[in-house]
Design a protein around this ligand. Structure first.
Ligand code: LMR
Length: 400
């Protein structure tokens, strides 16, 4: 009965890892998926995560019962506090409903399904370009997806004028997806002053902001600073949605831990929103898994573990920044044609190199370097040892 099926293409990001795994070359390098690696090129489990896991395993009062549809209460409360700030008026007034979801993607999808069912505007605006999964998440939930200008290839920076024009002509009430920090794939974020202008425009037009916060702590190294854009929108008393992921900032990729918060106007609305979110989640996956969210809650509620987490997070962010400098220096010392200053200007896990898909294909074929075809490289996958190899490959690709 499935004979008619054509083979589907691999995922543009996760498929890079599939191709990488098949390559027998000892010098191969995977700079595709945004996943942190140590200087030795190994995946990292944070010490504080190991410590939390030990506590959980040794606690004989714990069991494996189903947790509520909306997830662990502690985890939800602490997640809202992490992104909105401990003194957030929205939290104090009980206007926020938070549900534990399957990492960032799951949080976006639950939010999108909820909006498709209960929100009057069915159009969502996403940045051009954006993370490859964004349009699919929203389209499959039944929303109509449009783009707004964001990145200017000429300056390798923000097309702020284009952004204001496109959001300015969006229909009233439209949903706007915003990357809270460390824009994926470009590494280009608005300045605080630009955020303020975006906020004013969004509020004056009655658009609905939906933040994707997948890199809190990874852009500036500070959890609070990276949450500023979200807090700016919550401070004005208006509504918004926020999808949070702990994949990157706690290194919990495969544990699939995330949260969706919906900031409402009143506590009563927030509790009705939560009741409807349950109806979205129950037929989809019933209730979320217990382990990853327990790790997060254990760390967030303990002062000293929280502090240790911030230190380890900062170390990851700083290693990435040092990779940016090293790659920039390596290209400079090779005299590679072009202005590569965007490598050190862009922030977060990725550099949007400006290399085209042909150059990427060349680097994969000749140098066994794997990255997405849009020229994005995951700086987190790079180390001092592999920078020269990447610089040689980029040099060869742009000079051939
Ligand atoms: C990425 O963009 O590489 C990450 O967000 C991982 C993913 O799921 O695509």
């Amino acid at each position: 009965v499935f004979n008619h099926l054509a083979r589907a293409p691999e995922d543009p990001i996760l498929g890079v890892t599939v191709a990488f795994n098949k390559d027998p070359s000892p010098s191969k390098l995977n700079l595709g998926v945004g996943a942190y690696r140590t200087e030795e090129g190994k995946p990292l489990v944070l010490n504080v995560v190991r410590q939390a896991e030990k506590l959980l395993v040794n606690d004989s009062s714990r069991n494996k019962e189903y947790i509520p549809i909306v997830g662990l209460a502690d985890f939800n409360k602490l997640s809202a506090k992490l992104i909105l700030g401990a003194n957030s008026p929205a939290i104090q007034e009980n206007r926020v409903t938070t549900v534990q979801c399957l990492s960032g993607t799951g949080s976006l999808r639950v939010g999108a399904e909820f909006l498709a069912r209960h929100y009057h505007q069915r159009t969502v605006y996403i940045t051009q370009p954006t993370w490859g999964n964004h349009p699919k998440v929203f389209a499959l939930a039944g929303l109509s997806v449009k783009t707004y200008r964001y990145y200017d290839p000429a300056t390798r920076g923000l097309n702020f004028q284009g952004l204001l024009e496109d959001l300015g002509s969006a229909p009233s009430g439209a949903i706007v997806l915003l990357h809270a920090c460390a824009h994926n794939p470009t590494g280009v974020d608005p300045t605080p002053a630009q955020w303020e202008q975006i906020r004013q425009l969004i509020r004056s037009k009655g658009l609905l902001p939906f933040f994707d916060s997948a890199y809190q702590g990874f852009a500036s190294g500070s959890l609070d600073r990276d949450a500023e854009p979200v807090r700016m929108f919550v401070a004005d008393g208006g509504e918004c949605l926020v999808a949070q992921s702990y994949a990157k900032n706690m290194g919990l990729y495969g544990e699939r831990v995330g949260a969706l918060s919906i900031v409402c106007k009143t506590a009563d609305v927030a509790s009705r929103v939560e009741s409807q979110l349950k109806l979205v989640i129950r037929p989809m996956y019933s209730s979320p898994p217990i382990h990853g969210a327990s790790i997060v809650a254990t760390i967030l509620k303990d002062r000293s573990m929280y502090h240790q987490w911030t230190i380890e997070l900062k170390e990851m962010a700083e290693r990435i920044i040092s990779m940016r400098q090293q790659l920039f220096n390596a290209l400079k010392s090779r005299g590679t044609p072009g202005d590569w200053s965007h490598i050190i200007k862009q922030i977060g896990m990725f550099t949007f190199t400006g290399l085209n898909s042909k150059q990427v294909a060349f680097m994969t074929k000749e140098f066994h370097i794997y990255m997405t075809s849009d020229g994005r490289i995951s700086m987190a996958g790079l180390s001092s040892r592999t920078v020269p190899h990447l610089a040689d490959a980029i040099h060869a690709a742009v000079t051939r």
